[in-house]
Design a protein around this ligand. Structure first.
Ligand SMILES: [Fe+2]
Ligand SMILES: [Fe+2]
Length: 230
């Protein structure tokens, strides 16, 4: 667990793992994650998105302060799901009902509230809050569009979509990476074009292939074993 540090100024925050950050927030807020698997899935997904955001920031030449903020938010962007894990994930995972989808959409707001309560910087809080906004205004929670959406959220949105498509979901198998890219190109209106172009360039680079090969080794359950949460 992280020490009780001053989140706003600590270098330790930017350096620590998604696992430690998630565990720290859950323990501080005394949130018990009913389904252990959800905790590990959340770490793996958070780490994958954070790695993609890091590569994308390098590709786009993003300055360090924005990059740090985006990386912390990327690692923790779905933390709100863990608060509702018992109610949705704990049950049948094969499909979400309409009312569950609505409920699930609360995860962006819940996650932002959790991080604010733990003293995370407002830039991180708002990046998490808006990570499901679409560039064309069709996303949630606030239907923001274009540059109204925080830049970090726009970065996370592209990487999160890709990460979700190439991962197995309870209701479908993972898509291969080329198919995932094609699907995102079809939905290009949802993304900031400048960021998306950067992602396409990154996708076609050798360092992307190497990083994705390494990411297959991500499996937090094996790495962390016993974890005390809640
Ligand atoms: Fe999300
Ligand atoms: Fe996500």
């Amino acid at each position: 667990m992280l020490k009780n540090y001053d989140i706003l100024s600590s270098k330790e925050l930017w350096m620590s793992s998604v696992h430690d950050q998630l565990e720290d927030v859950l323990n501080k807020l005394q949130i018990h994650v009913a389904v252990e698997e959800d905790f590990y899935d959340s770490i793996d997904h958070g780490e994958l998105v954070r790695m993609l955001v890091a590569l994308l920031c390098d590709q786009l030449g993003i300055e360090e302060s924005v990059r740090n903020e985006a990386l912390v938010a990327a690692g923790l962007h779905d933390i709100g799901k863990l608060k509702i894990s018992e109610n949705i994930y704990g049950r049948d995972k094969s499909a979400l009902h309409v009312e569950e989808v609505r409920y699930m959409r609360m995860h962006a707001r819940l996650g932002a509230e959790m991080l604010r309560e733990c003293g995370y910087p407002e830039g991180v809080v708002s990046a998490v809050y808006h990570h499901h906004e679409n560039y064309d205004g069709t996303g949630y929670p606030d239907n923001l569009s274009g540059e109204q959406i925080p830049y970090s959220s726009r970065l996370i949105h592209v990487c999160d979509s890709f990460a979700a498509l190439i991962s197995d979901r309870p209701y479908r198998k993972a898509f291969d990476m080329d198919t995932a890219m094609e699907m995102m190109i079809e939905d290009i209106k949802m993304y900031d074009v400048g960021i998306f172009m950067g992602f396409m360039k990154l996708y076609n680079s050798d360092r992307f292939t190497t990083a994705m090969d390494l990411s297959k080794l991500i499996n937090s359950k094996h790495r962390y074993g016993e974890t005390k949460i809640g």
